[in-house]
Design a protein around this ligand. Structure first.
Ligand SMILES: Cc1cc2nc3c(=O)[nH]c(=O)nc-3n(C[C@H](O)[C@H](O)[C@H](O)COP(=O)(O)OP(=O)(O)OC[C@H]3O[C@@H](n4cnc5c(N)ncnc54)[C@H](O)[C@@H]3O)c2cc1C
Length: 594
């Protein structure tokens, strides 16, 4: 029986036939790899995800983490799965060999990790945070810090968190209030409360490495006043674990979904513990004072792509569950068949059910394509042969990142909505896996920067960065795809050309007067429209990769590409028209009318 978690054939198609990832092995960094090593990693991932992650997905939703006498209790299967994951070496997969990594291309790592996210998004959450934390430290911390903190994390002995949000500060990071005071020995003492911290406290690892944004005295207000600190739960002494740091668990948040990842409120410097005889959480400055947010963006960008990937993976498993149900649930007769003596048919025979399945397929496979394309760009930005190619790949990835975060979060959830509908009453009950998938996925448009914040980032910053290079690269690549498919798919090529022109025209119109308020008033509409166009482009790319191939798999790809361009893409016309009209209703309305 084929897996209900993910489709290996689809991943193989995207990696090898579309993105041609084996070509990466010609580069020095990846020379130790081959199609065989990639295949082995994907098979291992599928196996661990299926055997260790999927089986407790339901149980960790039903038995969410609890607080007993100040200790967080988490279903033991979560820890067991995480330790199997760590033992497999996958935690350090993309890292340098000298740090214990295997220098796996990011695109293959991303494909591998999709298995875990689809099997159990909440358990995979601990891995995502720990990896992103370790990657930030590797990029920005001093070598002794890397040695002390990164090694235990990549070995799975310590876990990592990111601590940005506070009770009164979510989206507006420039208003963070947690303070850090420099001590005579060069360390800092932190005080303040951090809210919503995933993986903030538990007993599954020997230590927890918090990366905390806090404000130092001399740097003033706004984001420029923020610095980044490493604050371990347990201080580290030569030869082992030292004193308990002054980081206190205030309580747990009780979530709608994604329940297996414990979510905490943490007090730093509340005086509950007194390391060195004094209150205040001891923190170590990472990099330079005042550059904290820039460093944190290393982790945020990775987790933004990770969130998009999780939403895509979860959407995918939801689609596979709906598809399997539609093939076996027998109900009603073929359209137009009135004779009750005729046998009923599986619901997949009904055009409306096919509509829902094809729409879901287009969303989830489109979302995975977007995520893997972005991961391939990350590899290009690090290892492409020339400086110009590396720079362009980086700028293009920057442009795509808000869409990689938001598009799968929106449409993966839409796929779950449709999956519930395909299952009918069986989808609406709490025993149904699709009901849990929906709740789990509902977080993704919220955390790591809400949908609205991603929209401001795309239209306010990314399209204008480096004089619009990222946007020009996008449009140039769309046109190149259109040219390459013009002979086989002339209508689709013409459609893509049209939308490439429209993206440029609309962006120019929005910024024509330079009035930021007017330009950004409908930023979310822009994010959604451009996201849909980008996914349409990637569908055409996939259709092009099917050229000359026969069989139902390839026919499925071609049909879904046609569906997306015919049924989905026209939705953006209304959005683009609205944007071009310069409508300012949302900017100008009086709050009292709401
Ligand atoms: C389950 C969960 C896990 C989390 N894990 C972590 C974690 O590990 N570490 C961490 O630091 N944080 C974490 N967060 C916090 C998360 O990143 C924030 O919830 C998110 O950034 C939004 O902040 P907020 O909840 O305060 O909402 P607000 O910032 O109050 O936003 C509410 C609404 O207003 C909109 N809005 C706000 N400002 C603007 C603006 N300027 N323009 C347009 N719209 C705006 C938002 O888009 C949103 O729709 C987590 C949150 C949750 C729910």
């Amino acid at each position: 029986m084929s897996s209900l978690i993910l489709s290996r054939s689809d991943l193989d198609f995207m990696l090898y036939e579309w993105l041609d990832v084996t070509r990466l092995t010609q580069r020095d960094r990846y020379a130790g790899h081959s199609r065989e090593t990639f295949d082995a990693i994907l098979s291992l991932s599928a196996q661990i995800a299926t055997e260790q992650f999927a089986p407790h997905n339901r149980a960790s939703d039903l038995q969410e983490p609890t607080l007993e006498d100040g200790t967080v209790r988490i279903l033991p299967e979560v820890s067991a799965a995480l330790h199997t994951f760590a033992e497999s070496g996958l935690l350090a997969a993309t890292m340098d060999e000298e740090l214990g990594g295997s220098q796996l291309p990011h695109v293959v790592q991303q494909a591998s990790f999709l298995w875990f996210q689809a099997a159990n998004l909440a358990t995979a959450g601990y891995v995502m945070l720990t990896m992103a934390n370790a990657h930030l430290l590797t990029a920005h911390a001093a070598p002794d810090v890397v040695e002390t903190y990164v090694t235990p994390m990549v070995e799975g002995r310590w876990f990592g968190t990111m601590c940005l949000s506070e009770p009164d500060v979510g989206s507006s990071l420039g208003d963070l209030t947690t303070r850090a005071e420099r001590q005579t020995d060069g360390t800092f003492r932190l005080s303040g409360t951090k809210m919503w911290i995933s993986g903030g406290d538990h007993e599954m690892s020997d230590n927890i490495v918090h990366l905390v944004l806090a404000r130092t005295g001399s740097r003033g207000l706004g984001t420029r006043g923020l610095s980044l600190f490493l604050v371990p739960k347990w201080l580290v002494e030569p030869g082992g674990r030292g004193e308990r740091n002054d980081v206190t668990l205030v309580g747990l948040n009780h979530k709608m979904g994604y329940r297996g990842t414990v979510n905490t409120v943490l007090a730093f410097g509340a005086g509950e513990h007194r390391p060195g005889g004094l209150p205040g959480a001891i923190g170590y400055l990472i990099g330079q004072e005042g550059h904290g947010l820039a460093y944190m963006f290393h982790m945020m960008n990775e987790t933004r792509i990770g969130v998009g990937a999780g939403a895509a993976a979860l959407g995918y498993t939801g689609y596979l569950h709906a598809l399997s149900h539609a093939r076996t649930r027998v109900q009603g007769r073929e359209l137009g068949a009135k004779d009750p003596r005729k046998p009923p048919v599986p619901i997949i025979r009904h055009p409306d059910v096919r509509r829902m399945l094809l729409a879901s397929k287009s969303y989830v496979e489109g979302a995975v394509a977007l995520v893997l394309y972005a991961a391939r760009l990350l590899d290009e930005s690090k290892t492409a042969p020339t400086e110009t190619e590396r720079r362009e790949a980086g700028l293009f990835l920057d442009l795509l990142t808000p869409m990689v975060k938001s598009w799968p979060s929106q449409w993966g959830l839409a796929a779950h909505d449709l999956a519930i509908q395909v299952l009918g009453g069986s989808g609406y009950v709490r025993d149904s896996p699709v009901e849990q998938f929906y709740r789990d996925n509902r977080l993704n448009p919220i955390h790591e920067g809400t949908h609205g914040i991603q929209a401001l980032d795309l239209l306010g910053r990314k399209v204008r960065a480096a004089e619009g290079t990222g946007l020009r690269l996008l449009v140039g690549r769309m046109r190149a795809t259109a040219r390459s498919v013009r002979r086989d798919l002339p209508d689709e090529a013409a459609v893509l050309e049209k939308y490439a022109d429209r993206i440029l025209a609309v962006t120019e119109a929005l910024w024509a007067t330079g009035d930021e308020c007017r330009a950004l008033a409908n930023a979310a509409v822009y994010l959604e429209a451009v996201g849909h166009i980008v996914v349409a482009w990637l569908w055409l790319e996939q259709a092009a990769a099917c050229r000359g191939r026969e069989g139902t798999f390839y026919e499925g790809k071609r049909t879904t590409a046609r569906y997306f361009l015919r049924h989905e893409l026209p939705r953006v016309d209304a959005q683009l028209d609205l944007l071009e009209s310069g409508d300012c209703l949302l900017l100008e309305l009086d709050d009292s009318v709401l």
